[in-house]
Design a protein around this ligand. Sequence first.
Ligand code: GAR
Length: 189
Amino acid sequence: MRKIVIFASGSGSNAEQIVAYFNKENTAKVSLILSNNLNAGVLNRAKLLKIPSLVFDRQAFYHTNVVLDILKNEAPDLIVLAGFLWKFPEHIISEFPNRIVNIHPSLLPKYGGKGMYGNFVHQAVIDHKEAESGITIHYVNENYDEGAIIFQAKTEVSTNDTAETLAQKVHLLEYEYFPKIVEQLLEKN
Ligand code: GAR
């Protein structure tokens, strides 16, 4: 059985969709959810979904091998960042080449980079009067939102969209495509 480890910092609705998808498909399982945020909604979801979870801090992530060793021990086929807001450190990326993927709620390279997450992205898209936005699934490298693009999907931005309504549209795209793309990547690995 293929193994997925998810990193998430917030609500974790994408994490939940991925868990639910693979519970149904049975082609892989989410074996662990890791978070940098003790108050993240994803931890409650993990409990309800009966997926083990762990919280780590900056020191453990960037300056020790604690998180790296957890990952080595878990030996996932794919590491999936689903709303994870910290930059991934080089010493972890180099141990898992082409095995770490992120989802970003815009059509990269537009509206990526440090500080661009969640509704900050959607507000910037609206402020720039973009006609479309969407999702990007990409490999993770040592720069924010710059790894090779695997998949994109688009949605229309209407003149009366707010950051909240656009976020809803983008979330629907994420729920539709992210689990399937993860499955395809696992098949290739
Ligand atoms: C998602 O829309 C994801 O694309 C975005 O955070 C949201 C998390 O929602 N990620 C980023 O902005 C990364 N820069 P969720 O916690 O409900 O899955």
